[in-house]
Design a protein around this ligand. Structure first.
Ligand SMILES: [Fe+2]
Length: 362
């Protein structure tokens, strides 16, 4: 296929998925179930527990898409594949300090997240199950900086508290959160206070080191988001019943890991600096040993399952008990939902608790 054909193929696939989802909603709304979901029947059907896990993942992917779309409008490539924004040249330039291809990667990560929630919801609907729908919570304000759409958002990128312990977690050879270990922060300032990951207005475009600190924040936030998906999918996969649902989780989850690995590498290029406006400091990560060294991006082998076993290079954490609530709590602590309604938290908590109540074999 040439580039044009590939693009048309992708567009057709996207419109097919959306049409399929819309048709499914109409079918469920009319009180009828789709008659023939052959693959799931062949693998044992879609249990309420499997549906709860898929629905929680669809909700999180919807939230993930919302945040990525905001990043893309200001800092990604602008095209019809991920429409909406018009780009902010100053922010895009600041992001490009981390890698000249940042705009492409932001665009493609955003595109991927759209397909994740769209697919998961279409699959639920095709099996007569309710999809995740958070549209009523699209109430948070947009950035007013040049390039952003002025629409209601599900997530807030302007008051982030970014946990950067994933950096040391994947560099430690003796600690693992599944054993109760707490890992140190790579950028301690980001883990306290509230920091914008996007320019909130054109006032944030200067001075240069202030804008660079915002781009650096985004660089670490990208990896924080995607390491979460990297752990969540294997954590929840342990409790699904259908082999086809297992296939879905095992096929989507590693794409989050591919995103994470890219972002981890780019975050290491964030220049050490102190924001002259806020005092937020990004330290020199290559000044203080292997737990922070920027090029150690392959997962260091660490303890797994039981200390009696040899260390192993693994995704961590992958504990399944409470994994959905753990993910929701981590995103809440990240500040993504600052300004959201009480009802939003109630709905998300219900979705997470239902996913955590699902058990393999029931
Ligand atoms: Fe995703």
């Amino acid at each position: 296929m040439d580039a044009t054909e590939q693009y048309e193929h992708r567009s057709n696939r996207r419109s097919f998925l959306l049409k399929g989802a819309a048709a499914g909603v109409a079918t469920v709304g009319a009180g009828r179930l789709l008659a023939d979901p052959p693959n799931a029947h062949a693998s044992g059907g879609l249990t309420p527990g499997d549906a709860a896990i898929l629905r929680f993942l669809a909700a999180l992917e919807t939230l993930e898409t919302d945040l990525w779309q905001q990043y893309n409008e200001l800092g990604g490539i602008q095209d019809s594949e991920v429409p909406g924004g018009s780009g902010n040249p100053d922010y895009t330039d600041a992001l490009s300090v981390l890698d000249s291809d940042m705009a492409q990667y932001i665009h493609d990560n955003t595109d991927d997240e759209f397909t994740h929630f769209t697919f998961l919801n279409a699959y639920l609907i095709a099996h007569g199950m309710a999809p995740a729908n958070l549209e009523k919570f699209r109430t948070l304000p947009s950035s007013t900086a040049t390039g952003a759409q002025q629409i209601g958002r599900l997530t807030n990128l302007m008051r982030l508290t970014v946990d950067t312990s994933w950096w040391t977690r994947y560099r430690s050879d003796s600690l693992n959160p599944d054993f109760g270990d707490t890992l140190p922060q790579a950028v301690p300032d980001l883990a306290t206070g509230e920091h914008p990951g996007i320019p909130r207005s054109n006032d944030d475009l200067t001075p240069p080191d202030h804008l660079q600190a915002i781009a650096n924040t985004a660089g670490f936030h990208f990896a924080f988001i995607e390491q979460g998906g990297t752990s969540l999918y294997p954590s929840l996969a342990q409790r699904v019943n259908s082999t086809e649902v297992l296939r879905i989780l095992l096929s989507i989850g590693p794409t989050e890991t591919m995103h994470f690995q890219t972002w981890q590498d780019k975050a290491g290029n964030a220049p050490p600096l102190t924001d002259p406006v806020t005092g937020l400091t990004f330290p020199d990560l290559n000044a203080d040993g292997e737990l922070l060294q920027t090029n150690l991006i392959m997962p260091e082998p660490t303890i797994f399952l039981d200390r009696k076993f040899p260390v192993c290079s693994i995704i961590r954490p992958t504990e399944t008990d409470g994994a959905a609530m753990g993910a929701l709590s981590a995103l809440t602590a990240d500040g993504l939902f600052r300004g959201q309604s009480t009802e939003f938290f109630a709905v998300m908590t219900n979705l997470a608790q239902a996913a955590d109540a699902a058990h393999h074999g029931t």
